[in-house]
Each structure stands twice: as structure tokens, then as C-alpha cells.
Design a protein around this ligand. Structure first.
Ligand SMILES: [Ca+2]
Ligand SMILES: [Ca+2]
Length: 292
């Protein structure tokens, strides 16, 4: 399946390179300028999940540019992903992250259109380990607690009072030494937390894309400053990734809302970018506006 996908994209690559070559020859550097905005569906995804790339292409006067060729690459992989034209200057495509290992990658988005200067935009994507089935209590780590839970259900089958489906790693309706062995293999590993103390908020970024924000805070008993900061920082990292430099300028909060303002940059000499967020803890929605 995966091989087919890569092979198919390889064909696209050959075709596109031809088109690109023609464009560059015809234009030189004298084409019109394009404004390109690139957003990823998330700056952090679990390996195996798709990351969707949203691109908006406009001319100097803000009018949408349709019919552009928009492609993306991930890391050093020699696979070119072609984004589809959704009209009105919007382009979209997805990368299946199972084709890379866990790690941090540069996504390079290239936009080409006859009569315009080609444009290239970089985004950072972090691919994290997928959730582990051996994390029996779903707290994000495989540790002695998971062993203890599985041990307490040892020797049971469905219907027994101590039966615990979560501890049946191989789904054979028995909890035996093989299940414990699987936990032992993953002992010490961490994954995405999914325990009840972790709240999931949805951030709407620049009105364009949704990003899931996971943060371990208890919001049912009001907020401390530390918890408000955790929500703000988790939002920042989920949206921007961990590769940028950032500074929290202001933070205001009450029991139902967190407002934060960050300054960020690609390095210390580039700290001129703005990131504003407002989290509504009653709806679990976050509004994020940031400039590039
Ligand atoms: Ca665990
Ligand atoms: Ca089993």
C-alpha cells in the first residue's frame, strides 16, 4: 500500500520537475510576487497519522491565485507531494507520516505559477511515537503502575471479577505471561497521554486550520497561574512546534478563560513575530492568531 503510494508520487515528481524547469526558464526572477501562507494541521503528529498542509496563495493585491502548482517535501525524502487545488487560492494535501521515522522534519512547500516568482516556505513538523497499547492506564508512559494493573488481572478471562480488558495486550481474552512480557518490552517508553486528567482543546489557527492541544490540567476547580501558563505553552507548542524561540509577554486568566501573548522568532535575532491566543475553557476552544 505504502509502496504504491510512493511509486505513484514518484511519477508525479518526474512530471512536475519538467513543469518547474519550464517555468524557471521562461520567467527568470522577473515574475510577479506571490504571497503564500502555509499552515500544518498540527506541528506535532503521532507517527502513522496524516499531517494536512493548507496553503493560501495570493497576488500582491490580495487576489487569490488559482491553478498554481503546489508541492511539498518532508525531510530529505525524495518524494514530492502534490497539493490539490481547492479553488479561490486554496491548496491542500496530506502526508502520511508512517513514511518517516519519529523525529523533527522540515516540510518545504514550493509554489509555482507561470508569470510569478516561485516561492518556497518551510514549516517544522515533529513526528512523535504513536500511543502504546502497553500503556494500560493511558497516562502517557509505560511503568510499574501498568505492570501492577496487569498483574492484578493475571490469570483472568472475560467474566472473572478481576478481568481487565485493557491489560489483554494481544486480545486473546486471557491475561497471561505474554501480556506481561509485552509491557516489559515497552517498559520506560512514553507515548501520547490519554488519561482523564489530560484535557483536549481545539485551537483554530488564523481562522484556517484546527489543531488539537493536549494539556494535563484540572480545570474543574478553577485555574492557578501555573495551570494557565501550561495551557498557553501547550497551545503555543502544538501550533508552532518546539523549534522556534519564544517569550511569553502577557498572560491574563480567570476560571473560564486564558489569554496569552507571545513574541517568537526562528532564532534570537528574529524575535519580531506575534502569537495571540484566547482559550475559552467552557467550550474548550482556543482562538489563535499569529503572523509569520
Ligand atoms: Ca501507564
Ligand atoms: Ca492476552
Amino acid at each position: 500500500m505504502l509502496k504504491n503510494k510512493i511509486a505513484a508520487t514518484g511519477v508525479v515528481l518526474t512530471v512536475l520537475l519538467t513543469v518547474v524547469g519550464l517555468n524557471v526558464l521562461a520567467l527568470g526572477a522577473n515574475g510577479f510576487k506571490m504571497q503564500v501562507i502555509v499552515e500544518l494541521s498540527s506541528a506535532r503528529v503521532a507517527r502513522g497519522d496524516d499531517v494536512t498542509i493548507f496553503v493560501v496563495v495570493k497576488d500582491d493585491e490580495g487576489a487569490p491565485i488559482e491553478g498554481a502548482t503546489v508541492t511539498a517535501t518532508i525531510g530529505d525524502l525524495e518524494v514530492l507531494f502534490l497539493l490539490s487545488d481547492h479553488g479561490n487560492g486554496n491548496y491542500q494535501g496530506a502526508i502520511d507520516t508512517s513514511i518517516v521515522n519519529e523525529g523533527t522534519y522540515e516540510i518545504v512547500v514550493t509554489v509555482e505559477k507561470e508569470g510569478y516568482e516561485p516561492s518556497q516556505i518551510l514549516r517544522t513538523l515533529t513526528v512523535i511515537p504513536p500511543p502504546l497499547v502497553t500503556d494500560v492506564n493511558h497516562d502517557g508512559g509505560v511503568d510499574i503502575v501498568d505492570v501492577a494493573i496487569a498483574t492484578s488481572a493475571f490469570g483472568t478471562e472475560p467474566g472473572d471479577s478481576r478481568w481487565n480488558k485493557e491489560a489483554d495486550m494481544d486480545g486473546n481474552d486471557k491475561i497471561n505471561i505474554l501480556d506481561l512480557a509485552k509491557i516489559a518490552v515497552d517498559f520506560g517508553r512514553t507515548s501520547i497521554p490519554s488519561d482523564p486528567d489530560v484535557i483536549k482543546l481545539q485551537a483554530v489557527v488564523n481562522g484556517m486550520r484546527d489543531v488539537n492541544v493536549f494539556v494535563r490540567v484540572n480545570i474543574s476547580d478553577g485555574l492557578t497561574r501555573e495551570e494557565a501558563e501550561q495551557i498557553a505553552e501547550a497551545t503555543f507548542i502544538a501550533v508552532m512546534g518546539e523549534e522556534v524561540t519564544y517569550r511569553l509577554d502577557t498572560l491574563t486568566f480567570n476560571d473560564t478563560q486564558v489569554e496569552a501573548h507571545y513574541t517568537w522568532g526562528f532564532d534570537e535575532s528574529d524575535m519580531g513575530h506575534i502569537f495571540d491566543m484566547t482559550a475559552d475553557l467552557t467550550t474548550l476552544l482556543i482562538t489563535v492568531n499569529h503572523c509569520f
